[in-house]
Ligand binder design. Structure first.
Ligand code: BG6
Length: 508
């Protein structure tokens, strides 16, 4: 039985019916958290669903003194702990036959000679046909060395119709200038169509559903504009702290880590016009139009807020503040919370603020987009009847508890005309029997298929940095972030920022 005829593959699964052709994936950064928790399990889940070719190969490249068996054991442990689909010996046996490990260093040419030999051996032994993707799950400082070595060792171009692709994980630089420099390095070696930049939010089912929701239905688009929408709130809240990620997080902060990529992408999907098609160039074009139309606030002191978590209580446990975390200096002014008002200057959205916020150690883990509507122009009820009536809102629950909620006013049963907000809910769990694939399953499969719509191109990255750079620059010269208690909903200045506009943050 080949992996392609795996019984776990549901023939009705129209979401991912495409199976990758012969190919292999070379993973740089196999010892990292992302590889262990997301990438290796995603590869296994794809195999388990019958979406990988029978001879698929996975090559790990790292400094560790491992052989192929050690590497297989690492993947095995990661899969057992983190994969989404059940462990099946048959899948594992076939998949692991294609595992290879190359022990090497990024600055050592001989290591890349060995990598080339390994890839060639796989083409013979597994029939990978010269098709290989190089996944750089490594710090961006190492990109130039690795892509340079790939080029110098003849790994960036396959023979004939064979393809070579490179996958880059964020952060794509830490500002506009560094993003451009990074792009120059990569684009000297790989043509644009072979570069796949991962923003894993775009791989989430609920994020793709934004497009389905907006453009497959007749009833929402007519009110999706400044005539009806009062404002939009985009929230990504995490309840965890930075844990062992000080080395990455400190000096980067919440805005660069999350707003520059995930939140601006969400905003673009919510605000964009309908694309001519869902092909990459049309989708990217519409998102870029939104990002180009963004006006950042004139008064950054009034329309942005940033904070840093202090000690507090979370989930019944006492937790330490950011400055007490391991490897964080007492003077660190890295923000762990960021809130920003952006305006989109086009006909559809003029006058409708988009409020973006993200933070760690907040009250609850939740990502959502809330489109808050204007009040009805006239309420033919007594004032007391409508005291508890809020604004209509459409909330896209990205995670957890994935779904969509529509909030509207209804009559409270009884003899009086009393009105109150109620919710109408769509929940994925209740509506579909299929469980959603992990974002990385979808994105890795798309890389192997060479299908680019869910990958931002460099122009989007540049436009996002153009929005963010002035804000983080201003913050860096204007004192410390404001402290907020762990387990709360961020610093008071974030509430004040909305109160000035006569609005309040949702408490999801
Ligand atoms: C990553 C950020 O891009 O997204 C992390 O670097 C964050 O800081 C993570 O924790 C959150 O991803 P998800 O899918 O759990 O919302």
């Amino acid at each position: 039985m080949s992996l392609g005829s795996n019984p776990l593959r549901d023939p009705q699964d129209r979401r991912m019916p495409r199976i990758a052709g012969p190919c292999g994936l070379v993973l740089f950064g196999v010892t990292g958290d992302l590889a262990r928790k997301k990438l290796m399990p995603a590869v296994y889940d794809l195999a388990n669903r019958g979406l990988l070719p029978p001879g698929f190969a996975l090559v790990g490249f790292a400094r560790r003194d491992w052989d192929d068996e050690d590497f297989a054991q690492v993947v095995h442990d990661a899969v057992k702990e983190h994969s989404r689909t059940p462990f099946r010996e048959e899948t594992w046996r076939q998949l692991s036959e294609g595992f290879r490990f190359v022990r090497g260093q990024f600055d050592d040419g001989a290591s890349f000679d060995r990598l080339r030999e390994t890839v060639e051996e796989l083409d013979e032994a597994r029939g990978t046909s010269g098709n290989h993707a190089f996944y750089l799950s490594i710090p961006p400082e190492s990109f130039p060395a690795v892509v340079g070595q790939l080029k110098d060792h003849g790994l960036t171009a396959g023979n004939g119709a064979a393809w070579r692709r490179v996958v880059i994980e964020k952060p794509f630089g830490h500002d506009l200038a560094s993003a451009r420099a990074l792009n120059n390095v990569v684009s000297e070696v790989f043509p644009a169509e072979s570069v796949f930049r991962i923003d894993h939010y775009l791989g989430k089912e609920t994020v793709q559903n934004i497009l389905a929701f907006r453009f497959a239905n007749a009833m929402f688009e007519p009110v999706w504009n400044s005539n009806y929408v009062d404002h939009v709130q985009i929230t990504m809240a995490e309840d965890i702290g930075i844990g062992g990620r000080a080395g990455y997080y400190d000096g980067i902060g919440a805005a660069r880590d999350v707003v520059q990529n995930h939140l601006l992408q969400l905003m673009a999907l919510i605000a964009m016009e309908d694309p001519a098609s869902f092909e990459a160039r049309n989708l990217r074009l519409e998102k870029e139009k939104v990002l180009s139309s963004v006006r950042i606030p004139d008064r950054l002191d009034l329309h942005t807020a940033r904070g840093q978590y202090c000690a507090g209580w979370q989930g019944g446990q006492k937790v330490i503040g950011y400055l007490d975390e391991d490897d964080i200096s007492d003077a660190s002014n890295t923000e762990t919370y960021a809130a920003i008002r952006l305006d989109i200057e086009n006909r559809r959205w003029a006058g409708v603020p988009f409020y973006l916020r993200t933070g760690t150690r907040l009250g609850r883990r939740v990502t959502e987009v809330a489109v808050v509507f204007k009040r009805a122009p006239h309420l033919p009820f007594s004032q007391t009847s409508t005291e508890e009536l809020g604004s209509n809102a459409l909330v896209m629950r990205i995670q957890p508890d994935e779904g969509v909620t529509l909030r509207f006013g209804a009559k409270v049963p009884g003899t009086a005309m009393e009105l109150r907000d109620v919710n109408m809910d769509f929940a994925y769990g209740g509506a579909f029997v299929e469980s959603s694939p992990e974002a990385y399953e979808r994105l890795i499969l798309d890389v192997l298929l060479g299908d680019p719509p869910l990958f931002p191109r460099h122009q989007e990255v540049e436009l996002s940095w153009k929005i963010l750079d002035p804000i983080v620059d201003w913050w860096s010269t204007n004192g410390q972030p404001e402290g907020y208690s762990s387990g709360s909903w961020g610093p008071p200045s974030a509430d004040e920022m909305l109160a000035r506009d006569g609005r309040v943050w949702r408490r999801p």
